[in-house]
Ligand binder design. Sequence first.
Ligand code: FES
Length: 142
Amino acid sequence: MAAENERIAQELQESIFKGFSHSLRNEILNSRNIGRIDGPDSYVSVTGICGDTIEMFLNVTDGRISELRFMTDGCGFTIACASYVTRMAVGRTVEGALLIRPENVDKYFGGLPEEHKHCAKLSVMTLEAVIENYRGKSKRSS
Ligand code: FES
């Protein structure tokens, strides 16, 4: 019975992820940096053209992104894109993180379907917004 359940779960997963690249499938199944940060250095909530929202929480230590987390009500593609973007940004300087482009995300996932390219854009836009908000706050407090 357990083996039968496992086979059914495997088939289900195969049909859900049919046509997904290995990197996309892997990012969805092992998403990173989901969650909130209490009292972050910066926080934003950005809604994309599809109506989905990503919230992002940022902490910066000595000019480098030390923590970056997100929450979203978006689809699996959005979760994968935001997970990848946050993974790429952590450890970089805030300027370095701004070099991450939607095209990088799209390329990493082997080309997102046309109707989900905006998920990469929304993830990068949210990263840019949380960094801009951080910069604005640091300017005001200096
Ligand atoms: Fe809206 Fe993914 S479908 S961001």
